[in-house]
Design a protein around this ligand. Structure first.
Ligand SMILES: *Cc1c(COP(=O)(O)O)cnc(C)c1O
Length: 327
């Protein structure tokens, strides 16, 4: 697949894996490992760097000069896209949900990821109630009309080409496992636009793996004509086709826990606050308020509910997002 799809190196891999021994003692359940994609290197890190290596590789292969993507005002994906474009000499247009902050307003909203988008030189377009890039096609059309050659990266970078980043991440993980004292029996992570999830499922199929893959659903899916599960399954199907493997029972492979969506996307509750505080005070590691705080909160709850055996080893895949702590 790396022969067909060009990968533009952007991050520092492999990301480290370590054991959370103090937290493990506090919780008294399974051993807990953490894989640090928050240290993936580009622009304060995060999981989107893996997808962007393949997406921008593809954009450059097709001779594009402009990238368009979109997301929420505090999108981690957009921040990493803006930085990746800077590295690749591509013009970056971001379509963000919400309205332009009032420069004279009392509340300064240019902070966290939005501040970083500006520092990386991205051009920002505000799209009101739409926070999943719904208005990208119109922007692409007007940029084409003005002579640009844009490449569209969907919300979260989650299409089959982006998911290749996590197929490759599985290969990376599988090379690290023999060197670990404890081998993961489960992988737990935040699942939101589905590319991470699809890539991990397809990667396990392609390269093997003795662990189950559990996504913690982040978004209540309020826009949902199609369920999030159906979306992930479709992405698994398309991604497996792309890498030339076939998965017979996709729905059995996609494990999703939707018990922690709380007040909806981006609404920080007690679950997230306590998880952020606990990991910070036991291990000195930061989680983000939207994704990893929620997923780690879910993991802590699953441990307390006895979902795992004491002999299990759970690997939490830290997908980044910490700049949103400053928003
Ligand atoms: C985007 C993101 C996720 C979710 O990954 P998807 O591939 O979109 O499901 C998880 N954590 C963080 C910090 C993210 O920015």
């Amino acid at each position: 697949m790396t022969e067909i799809y060009r990968r533009r190196t952007l991050g520092f891999f492999p990301t480290p894996i370590s054991e959370l021994t103090r937290l493990g003692k506090v919780l008294g359940g399974p051993s807990i490992l953490i894989k640090r994609d928050d240290l993936s290197g580009l622009a304060l890190g995060g999981n989107k760097v893996r997808k962007l290596e393949f997406l921008l590789g593809d954009a450059l292969l097709h001779g594009c000069d402009t990238i368009i993507s979109g997301g929420a005002e505090q999108s981690n994906h957009c921040r990493q896209t803006a930085a990746a474009c800077a590295v690749c000499d591509l013009e970056c247009h971001l379509v963000l949900g919400g309205s332009e902050p009032d420069p004279d307003g009392a509340e300064l909203r240019f902070k966290g990821n939005l501040l970083l988008d500006r520092i990386f030189g991205a051009r920002i377009h505000w799209s009101g109630e739409f926070r999943k890039g719904e208005t990208i096609p119109q922007l692409a059309q007007s940029l084409r009309a003005s002579g640009r050659n844009p490449y569209v990266i969907p919300y979260g970078g989650s299409n089959p080409i982006g998911a290749l980043g996590f197929v490759e991440a599985t290969r990376e993980l599988n090379e690290q496992i023999p060197l670990l004292e404890k081998k993961p029996s489960h992988i737990v992570f935040a699942s939101s636009s589905g590319g991470t999830h699809a890539g991990l499922v397809v990667g396990k199929h392609r390269f093997g793996g003795d662990y189950s893959i559990i996504g913690v659903e982040i978004d209540k899916g309020e826009s949902g004509s199609k369920s999030f599960r159906a979306h992930v399954e479709q992405l698994v199907n398309q991604t497996s086709e792309l890498v030339g493997t076939s998965i017979s029972d996709i729905s059995a492979e996609v494990i999703l826990n939707n018990g922690y969506t709380g007040g909806g996307y981006g609404v920080v509750g007690e679950l997230e606050r306590q998880a952020i505080h606990l990991l910070a005070t036991t291990e000195g590691i930061l989680l983000d308020p939207v994704y990893t705080g929620r997923a780690f909160g879910g993991l802590i709850d699953m441990i307390k509910c006895g979902v795992f055996k004491r002999t299990d080893t759970v690997l939490f895949w830290h997908t980044g997002g910490t700049p949103a702590l400053f928003a």
